[in-house]
Write a protein that binds this ligand. Structure first.
Ligand SMILES: [Zn+2]
Length: 61
C-alpha cells in the first residue's frame, strides 16, 4: 500500500517558496509610509538597508 505522501525536501522547498512569495506580495501591497529595515525574505534586521531588500546573507532563489 503505497502512500500518497511524499515527505522529502521538495515539499519543504515548495512551502518555503510559497511563503516567500506571500511575504513579498504582502510587502509590495503595503503602503510605503514607514521604512522597515527588515529583510523581506527572512525578516532579519538590515542595518541601514532599504526596505524589502534581501538581507546580504540571504540568497532567495
Ligand atoms: Zn533574508
Amino acid at each position: 500500500m503505497a502512500g500518497g505522501w511524499t515527505r522529502d525536501g521538495a515539499v519543504q522547498d515548495q512551502i518555503d517558496d510559497t511563503v516567500a512569495d506571500a511575504v513579498l506580495a504582502a510587502r509590495a501591497s503595503m503602503p510605503s509610509g514607514a521604512s522597515e529595515p527588515y529583510c523581506a525574505i527572512c525578516g532579519d534586521d538590515i542595518p541601514g538597508g532599504p526596505p524589502s531588500a534581501p538581507y546580504p546573507g540571504c540568497a532567495p532563489a
